[in-house]
Write a protein that binds this ligand. Structure first.
Ligand code: G16
Length: 541
């Protein structure tokens, strides 16, 4: 074992989902090593532990995996279970941690951020429950990065990660596993594969865009091999280090090809996309886009049609900026609903405590208690199972949902790469005026209240402050503003817009059109153009 002297790097503070930086930043000598040593130290050392290791196949992932294996061995770890070729989707890591009862796992991914030498890279630590490390651990990691003066690593040749089986690395077992099999088997226990297979056999057509990222091999195995979808159903199926130049973010802006096909003539019955590490999903029907918030609500309303939820949901949780559509379903089902800060880690306690079994976020994340991460393919299979049982189209199911529950028109407007001081000043200005907003009349709406969201975890009592600004209007419309915790350039301002329409009239409008007064109210109350000089968002989802 070699002990290397080092010095702390600034800015190794994990964000919404692990540490994300430009790939070049991660590739600086000792940058990755420092963060990994700090992580091992923060969890009480790696000695004697069994960990899972994998990632989304992005540039620098394979090299980083080698470094981490040599560091785990030098720190005395007992075993590392690693996906073949260092590939494992985020939900597959979560499942592997739980199935093999390991002490945790490391995921090498910057999720939906672009990859490659000029893209982004990231590292995330997950706990023994399979879920992202909570704030207490990420804070401990960050504190340790500030004082670190050495790290441990073996000075040995690289490990063969292509051949399945177990080898020895300085006394530590390295177990190379098939990344897909266990996860695909888990899906078979949750869903009615026979019903979905029968639907495909009758000619049901689907397009799955894996965006040259982690889900490709999983989607081909599950959809084409096990469920009998037509060969070629999965496109961009091969994981590539730079995602083939694609931006693996499954939303209408970045999944352009899929959007064009699904909105065009002769569209398939069902369309879906996933992100870099396979935890996000986008759902489409022929001619219809289902927003993530609506998808969560539809899944909640139809969950009992799926075998694993036959006895009902324990509760539903959503992140605060996610639309309130799922709350309406929970209320009608008479089950609890929870509102958490942005970040899948906040769902962990609720799931572990059995308080809820379905969670979702506006940021294209949906999942359940089968793992402790959001799970793109799980959400896609949930929809396929519901479609197979109901025998209706996506458009019919969504329209029927709106007729029953009303519609929460919803959109997110992102302003990317703003100067940090400009973004901070804008929000500080709003914070200073929050108390004065109540009663304000704007665009024909009246402000019912405004606050900064704080979360009190009902399981462990922890409090998370400063989780975004909310401006609520009478009648259920809402504006939420917060800064992204996953960007790697400047500050990304996210503006979440919502307007509730009870129906039966006005349920089938274009979302941007329906939200016009809310969008105008943002400018009047917050003044984004005034403060930033930007007159339009960079991404609308
Ligand atoms: C991560 C988190 C999500 C969060 C999303 C966006 O997703 O796991 O909980 O909603 O980032 O966060 P932000 O708005 O702070 O950028 P992923 O898929 O990037 O790991």
């Amino acid at each position: 074992m070699t002990i290397h002297q080092t010095q702390p790097f600034d800015g190794q503070k994990p964000g919404t989902s692990g540490l994300r930086k430009k790939t070049q930043v991660f590739m600086q000598p000792k940058f990755l090593e420092n963060f990994i040593q700090a992580t091992f130290d923060a969890i009480g050392g790696a000695a004697g532990k069994t960990l899972v290791l994998g990632g989304d196949g992005r540039f620098f992932g394979a090299a980083a995996a080698q470094t981490i294996l040599k560091m785990a061995a030098a720190n005395g770890a007992a075993r590392v279970i690693v996906g073949q070729g260092a590939l494992l989707s985020t939900p597959a890591v979560s499942h592997m941690i739980r199935k093999r009862k390991t002490d945790g796992g490391l995921i090498l991914s910057a999720s939906h951020n672009p990859g490659g030498p000029n893209g982004d890279f990231g590292v995330k630590f997950n706990m023994s429950n399979g879920g992202p490390a909570p704030e207490s651990i990420t804070e401990a990691i960050y504190e340790r990065t500030k004082t670190l003066d050495s790290y441990n690593i073996l000075d040995v040749a690289d490990v063969d990660l292509e051949t399945l089986g177990t080898s020895d690395l300085g006394g530590m077992a390295v177990e190379v596993v098939d990344p897909v099999a266990d996860y695909a088997d888990l899906m078979e226990t949750i869903f009615d594969f026979d019903a979905i297979r029968a639907m495909f056999a009758k000619g049901f057509r689907m397009r799955m865009d894996s965006m040259h990222a982690a889900t490709g091999p999983y989607a081909v195995e599950i959809l084409e091999r096990r469920l009998g979808a037509a060969p070629g159903t999965v496109v961009h199926a091969e994981p590539l280090p730079d995602f083939g130049g694609m931006h693996p973010d499954p939303n209408p802006t970045w999944a352009k090809e899929l959007m064009a096909e699904m909105m065009g003539p002769n569209a398939p019955d069902f369309g879906a996309a996933s992100d870099g590490d396979g935890d996000r999903n986008m759902i489409l029907g022929a001619g219809v886009y289902v927003s993530p918030s609506d998808s969560l609500a539809v899944i909640a309303a139809n969950a009992t049609l799926v075998r694993s939820f036959r006895d009902g949901l324990k509760g539903v949780a959503r992140s605060m900026p996610t639309s309130m559509a799922a709350d309406r379903v929970a209320q009608s089902l008479g089950i609890p609903h929870y509102e958490t800060p942005t970040g899948w880690k906040f769902f962990g306690n609720l799931l572990d405590a059995g308080k809820c079994s379905l969670c979702g976020e506006e940021s294209f994340g949906t999942g359940s208690d089968h793992v402790r991460e959001k799970d793109g393919l799980w959400a896609i299979l949930m929809w396929l199972n519901i479609l197979a049982v109901r025998g209706e189209t996506v458009a019919e199911i969504v329209s029927g949902h709106f007729r029953k529950f009303g519609r929460n028109y919803y959109s997110r407007h992102d302003y990317e790469a703003l100067p940090k001081d400009v973004a901070n000043a804008l929000l500080a200005d709003l914070a200073g005026r929050l108390d004065t907003l109540k009663g304000l009349s704007v665009e024909g709406m009246t402000v019912a209240g405004a606050d900064e969201f704080s979360y009190h975890d009902p399981v462990d009592g922890s409090v998370s402050n400063h989780q975004g600004f909310r401006i609520l209007f009478e009648g259920g419309s809402r504006i939420v503003l917060r800064l992204s915790g996953t960007g790697t350039e400047g500050a990304t301002l996210r503006v979440y817009l919502e307007k509730y329409v009870a129906g039966p009239e006005g349920l089938e409008r274009d979302a941007q059109e329906a939200l016009k007064p809310v969008i105008a109210a943002v400018e009047k109350i917050v003044g984004i153009a005034r403060a930033t000089g930007r007159t339009a968002p960079d991404v609308i989802s």
